[in-house]
Design a protein around this ligand. Structure first.
Ligand code: C5P
Length: 312
């Protein structure tokens, strides 16, 4: 009897921006304790997982050339981690993963983590696993600090390495313009630069997280704009001084505030409304301070299967 091969599954997963990224001291395990507020944005990657005799990863779209397809790709780590978790052979996974990138690569927006989260959701369905979101979240945390949030989506308060999440409610949609850079920045390098800057003095750290949570709950973008903060921003700007000009240009173009997204170099600008975001994007793209711009809104859901009729 012929075995029935399940059809491929496509999953969409969101980018993130950190509305608040408070970074603590370096831990013994090489990570930093974080207090962060994530928001998932409508800038997404699509990942298709399929049963295949020849396992592998293919990458298309935004910045695909810069994405490794070998074992260092987080998608591959996701395949192996889930296989191990459910007692399959992690070295013979017999799956092919095709990534369509919409999220900038090495941009500080968790693009690789989104792909890993999408892969977990896709494989859970492809392998017909009886596995809940919480259990999938535990596997996600072993792959990377941002992977649980990409699974979760919405708004969330993250602690630990960023992997311990508590949902945060907001009734409002926020409108963003993202300025994408020509070259990415390496996350470990940015954390190291922050440690170096701190070792030379006592640079100011961002304030407490509570007011950010209140601003999110109020839904007032003006209130939130005043509170956006990122302890990695000075390090990203130190490594890529042109970001200073990008940040200024977004505010000059009419954004309420601008911030480096995560470890950068993408700059995220919070705008008053959808119409304002379109206007800011148009002006910013003419200012010559970034490779390209995108408009996005948040929060959006986490990694989610694309409905069958939408499947390619
Ligand atoms: O967890 P993830 O693999 O995404 O982290 C990439 C790198 O970013 C880590 O190896 C570490 O250098 C840095 N990092 C950190 N503290 C965190 C998260 C990431 O120092 N909380």
């Amino acid at each position: 009897m012929l075995a029935v091969v399940p059809p491929p599954i496509t999953v969409r997963a969101p980018a993130k921006v950190n509305l608040h990224l408070g970074v603590g001291d370096l831990r013994d395990d090489g990570y930093h304790d974080l207090v962060t507020v994530f928001q998932a944005l409508s800038l997404t990657d699509e990942v298709t997982v399929a049963v295949a005799d020849e396992p592998g990863v293919e990458v298309y779209g935004e910045g695909a050339d810069a994405v490794p397809t070998g074992p260092s790709n987080l998608v591959w780590r996701a395949v192996q981690a889930l296989a191990r978790h459910v007692g399959r052979d992690p070295d013979e996974p017999k799956v092919r993963v095709v990534i369509n990138k919409g999220i900038p690569v090495a941009g500080g927006m968790a693009g690789g983590s989104a792909d890993a989260a999408a892969t977990l959701v896709g494989l859970a369905s492809l392998w017909r696993l009886d596995i809940g979101r919480d259990e999938l979240g535990d596997v996600a945390a072993t792959i990377g600090s941002d992977v649980p949030f990409c699974l979760h989506g919405g708004n969330a308060l993250g602690t630990g390495r960023g992997e311990r999440l508590v949902p945060v409610l907001s009734r409002h949609s926020f409108h963003w313009v993202l300025a994408l850079a020509r070259r990415g920045l390496s996350t470990p390098t940015v954390f190291q630069e922050m440690d170096r800057i701190r070792s030379e003095g006592r640079p100011p750290r961002i304030g407490t997280v509570e007011p950010v949570l209140e601003a999110l709950a109020s839904g007032d973008p003006r209130q939130l704009a005043l509170l956006l903060g990122n302890d990695l921003q000075a390090a990203a700007v130190s490594l890529r001084p042109t970001l200073r000009r990008t940040l200024r240009a977004g505010v000059d173009a009419g954004a309420l505030a601008g911030i480096v997204s995560g470890s950068g170099p993408t700059c995220a600008f919070l705008c008053e409304s959808a119409a304002s975001a379109v206007q800011v994007a148009a002006e910013l793209s003419g200012a010559g301070v970034c490779r390209t711009v995108r408009v996005a809104q948040g929060p959006v859901p986490g990694a989610k299967t694309v409905q069958r009729e939408e499947q390619p």
